[in-house]
Ligand binder design. Structure first.
Ligand SMILES: C[S@@+](CC[C@H](N)C(=O)[O-])C[C@H]1O[C@@H](n2cnc3c(N)ncnc32)[C@H](O)[C@@H]1O
Length: 189
């Protein structure tokens, strides 16, 4: 699968996400509802659909045999894009109400292999995963250590891409650090 072959489907994803207005406010409301408005670990940011596709193809080398997880999935863009090319894609986020939005996108695009779990990923079992993503910029060192521990329980050959901080664990091999630009992928072709 190539970027160009998947681009038409990713454009459909972009189209669906454009319908979700005030995305930061949606997340803000959910944080307030849980009494966690000042919690830095729940800082929101989204990976754009085209950037998610690049990460999946060029960094994670994801394909039809993969079971993908986004740990801290937010409004679900990477999970939705992963479901276009992986066997199964699951997003986990602690802010339950925001997951209604990616579920609606999955329904609109008939993506039956996309799933969203409300919960703290530190308490979830995702050891069946083979390709992981986590936009971990605002996670504490303790959360990152726990994340590394849990990901290290995955099968040999599993890969994880994290944003900002590499995960450190004796069972994880550091492969490469890349610089990505968040902006260009947002632009219309
Ligand atoms: C920077 S956003 C990234 C969203 C998405 N992964 C993306 O790239 O578009 C980080 C998300 O992680 C979630 N999060 C933070 N800590 C979490 C935890 N322990 N368990 C589940 N979700 C968590 C936050 O609620 C937030 O939605």
């Amino acid at each position: 699968m190539t970027f160009d072959a998947l681009l038409p489907r990713v454009k459909e994803v972009e189209h669906e996400y454009r319908k979700i207005r005030y995305q930061s406010l949606i997340v803000d409301e959910a944080r307030k509802a849980q009494g966690r408005e000042g919690d830095r670990e729940l800082t929101y940011g989204t990976t754009t659909p085209r950037l998610a596709l690049r990460i999946l193809l060029e960094i994670l080398h994801a394909g039809p045999g993969d079971i993908f997880y986004d740990l801290g999935c937010g409004l679900g863009v990477p999970t939705i894009v992963a479901s276009l090319l992986c066997k199964r894609a699951t997003g986990i986020d602690v802010l339950a109400p925001i997951l209604d939005h990616p579920r609606q996108v999955a329904t609109a695009l008939k993506l039956r292999n996309a799933k969203f779990i409300a919960g703290d990923f530190r308490e979830q079992d995702f050891s069946d995963g083979t390709a992981f993503y986590s936009y971990s910029t605002c996670f504490s060192p303790e959360t990152r250590a726990l994340l590394a521990e849990k990901v290290s329980a995955a099968k040999a050959g599993a890969r994880i891409a994290t944003v900002t901080h590499p995960l450190r664990h004796p069972k994880l091999e550091f492969v490469e650090k890349v610089t990505l630009r968040w902006g260009d992928e947002c632009l219309p072709p």
